[in-house]
Ligand binder design. Structure first.
Ligand code: NOJ
Length: 720
């Protein structure tokens, strides 16, 4: 990356303290007119039912946006959040460049989480492809579209390891494993940023939420995180580090506290670790209103105190709380915040603006480019590929699937036709009309189908169908931010629908739409076939049909455990054994009223063919453990298998997980074909922290398991 330190210092030397503070201010447009309540209150009104979604949309449509242009002219705004069209972006940029004293360009940030206009599968779904090249490819599509609409920076990837299915934001990350989250995040960073950040179609990645946001107590959003340092470093930090190493130029500290200190004002996290230890010199952006919320946390006595603590701790940019613009001037004048700290924060903002090429080319797009880039055929086909690879076949009794091409199908449930639901959580640029539902896809494909949204005419439809499809699960509003659930079972209505369909005696295929693992023991027992489709984005319908009809062989594997009951949460494969592992006898670690096992384990997923493993070999070679295994396609169809390699350190200085994923490879095998998969695990990756937080090597017996899910039985022991 080119070094801009001279230009940054030259610019800083010309800036007044107010102008420096202005660079730290990120705001969004405020809504004015049409109603007298704030946007947040309006949202609350919709969520608690005081107004309908339609009324909300109508009010939003009539409201005007206030872009705070006077503040912008006065040099008091460095960045906007939430502007997603090139005309507005360029208009505001022109004010910044031509009408402010120093002409410093604006930085436009946006939540591009899983696609901008071409919505791809939610991250949890896409992670089930276990394919970094795909993650990078969809990231590139998102960057091309978002930058064409004027966006310079995305608040993504989220690499918060999430082991508790109650947390709604499970949907936004790559599941429960730290290695997968790191790989997913690093691939997204590459996709978003491309090979040169200064190019017009590259956007800076703001990885989030630093740190351990997914470890909130009881799965409740924003809740406290109380973790041993060992677990923090072993199970959470590596995914953030992987994104920094991949070159992410921005990072968002998390809303939560860690062991009592909110990340927003945590100088250990933001200075000692991020900058000193990891050498990060990019931009640190607060989460929305998070600085002011330090008062509610009970760590700051007022907004001024919060602003002081945040800046001193290393928070560069204030998203939406106005704490810096309101309080920093006085704090700098009084000497409570040294000016060099302010300079450091402003320098971080300017550095990223230089790296993005904004000083040379502040208008990186225009309406023509925008119109050419959105929802192209190429983007759609990549979204389809991602959707197909994200699905996980959970059950397929008697090989109900794939369906015969002339099968007559009866389709039930609103999710089979509700286009707006296909996007899942966090898809602000999405338009329902861009999405294709199952029913529409059937129409386009010429499938012989009948559809009933609510189960009406069920018996009649069943009588003239060969197979029934139940589209059930969660609505998109049931996962995502502020969408934790205390009960992750299927809703009563959806369960009733499936029961009624099963009672018809016809074969039933359950297609699940959801943003988190669900506790579905009853479905797992009684439904003959279950396809986990998550929220797949614009190409949901056609992609689901490709799998149901067997145009493609499903290959996705779960990156998150499916518990049998909500009360098992948090539930994850890399647990420890305890002195009394759950078993048949009374005094073991288990529940009286629920099994100790999940319904579907991490790494699990079926195919229309079968695979067999053999010839597992493991040996220590120099600084690594080398593992090889042969994988055969023993069925009659070609297919892809995600080969997974886990380790267990049998006797260590601290108890270690029963299994930990250390490698994976997606292998394509023709029917009858056998290939070898090889994993090289550096010894460094087997090390861990002892009681005193010293990093220690893995010694003694190491068990290596290889197979198609985290319950793999094929095992080899070596001694280190
Ligand atoms: C709050 C969320 O926690 C964060 O992920 C998001 O990027 C910001 N809001 C901005 O919308």
């Amino acid at each position: 990356m080119k070094n801009y330190e001279k230009q940054i210092q030259a610019l800083l030397s010309k800036m007044t303290p107010e102008e420096k503070i202005g660079q730290l201010q990120q705001c969004g447009p405020s809504l004015v007119g049409a109603f007298d309540v704030s946007f947040d209150e309006l949202l609350n009104m919709m969520f608690d039912g005081r107004i309908t979604k339609e009324e909300f949309d109508r009010l939003m449509g009539t409201a005007e946006q206030d872009f705070h242009e006077d503040d912008l002219r006065a040099g008091k705004i460095g960045s906007y959040n939430g502007i997603g069209d090139s005309a507005t972006a360029n208009r505001l940029q022109k004010i910044a460049v031509e009408e402010t004293r120093l002409g410093i360009p604006l930085l436009f940030g946006y939540d591009v989480i899983h696609g901008f206009r071409t919505v791809t599968p939610i991250p949890l779904a896409e992670s089930c492809a276990w394919e970094p090249a795909l993650w990078e490819k969809t990231g590139r599509v998102a960057a091309k579209e978002a930058t064409a609409a004027g966006v310079h920076l995305t608040f993504a990837p989220m690499v918060d390891v999430a082991k508790d299915a109650r947390w709604g934001r499970v949907s936004e990350g790559a599941g429960e494993d730290v290695l997968l989250n790191g790989d997913y995040g690093a691939a997204k960073v590459k996709g978003f940023q491309g090979d040169d950040l200064a190019k017009e179609d590259a956007m800076a990645a703001c990885l989030k939420h630093f740190a351990a946001y997914g470890a909130g107590e009881a799965g409740r959003d924003y809740n406290r995180v109380d973790l041993s340092m060992q677990r923090l470093w072993e199970e959470y930090m590596p995914s953030y580090k992987a994104c920094i190493d991949a070159g992410a130029r921005a990072i968002m500290p998390a809303f939560n506290d860690i062991n009592g200190v909110p990340c927003t004002v945590n100088s250990w996290l933001l200075r000692d670790i991020l900058r000193e230890k990891w050498g990060f010199n990019g931009l640190v952006i607060s989460d929305s209103n998070a600085i002011a919320e330090c008062v509610s946390h009970g760590i700051a006595k007022d907004k001024r105190d919060a602003a002081k603590q945040a800046l001193l701790a290393g928070m560069d940019m204030d998203m939406s709380s106005n704490s810096y613009v309101e309080c920093l001037k006085e704090l700098v004048e009084s000497g409570e915040v040294p000016e060099h700290v302010l300079d450091g924060a402003a320098a971080d903002v300017l550095r990223v603006k230089f790296e993005l090429g904004l000083f040379d080319n502040p208008y990186q797009t225009n309406e023509e480019r925008e119109s050419l880039c959105l929802l192209t055929e190429e983007a759609r086909s990549i979204a389809r590929e991602a959707a197909v690879k994200s699905m996980v076949l959970l059950k397929n009794e008697n090989q109900i699937l794939p369906l015969k091409s002339d099968a007559r199908i009866g389709i039930f449930g609103s999710l089979a036709a509700d286009k707006g639901q296909m996007t899942g959580a966090w898809a602000i640029g999405a338009r329902p009309e861009d999405c294709v539902s199952i029913v529409e896809a059937c129409e386009a494909r010429g499938v012989s189908y009948q559809y009933s949204e609510d189960g009406k005419d069920m018996l009649k439809i069943a009588a003239s169908s060969d197979v029934l499809v139940a589209a059930v699960g969660e609505m998109k509003e049931e996962s995502g931010e502020a969408a934790s659930r205390a009960d992750i079972t299927l809703s009563r209505e959806h369960l009733a629908l499936v029961r009624d369909l099963l009672a018809t005696g016809k074969p039933v295929v359950v297609v699940l739409f959801n943003g988190r693992p669900l506790a579905i023991p009853e479905l797992a027992k009684h439904a003959p076939a279950i396809l986990e489709a998550w929220h797949l984005g614009v190409e949901a319908g056609p992609a689901i049909l490709e799998v149901l009809f067997g145009d493609v062989n499903p290959s996705g594997k779960l990156t998150t455990t499916f518990p049998a009951a909500t009360g098992q949460c948090p539930m994850y494969y890399a647990h420890i054994n305890t002195g009394r592992p759950g078993g048949k006898s009374k005094f073991t670690s288990k529940y009286l009223d629920a099994p100790v096992e999940p319904v579907y384990p991490f790494g699990y997923g079926l195919s229309y063919t079968t695979f067999a493993y053999g010839d597992l070999k493991a040996e220590k070679k120099e600084d690594a453990v080398r593992v090889s295994v042969s994988v055969s396609n023993t069925g009659e169809r070609d297919g892809e298998e995600i080969v997974q390699c886990y380790v267990q350190d049998v006797a260590a200085k601290r108890v270690r997980p029963v299994r930990q994923l250390k490698g994976y490879e997606k292998v394509f095998l023709k029917a009858g074909e056998t290939k070898e998969a090889v994993f090289t695990i550096p010894l460094e990756e087997l090390s861990y922290y002892d009681w005193d937080m010293n990093k220690v090597d893995c010694e003694g017996i190491l068990r290596i398991y290889v197979g198609g899910d985290s319950r793999a039985e094929l095992m080899e022991e070596i001694t280190l």
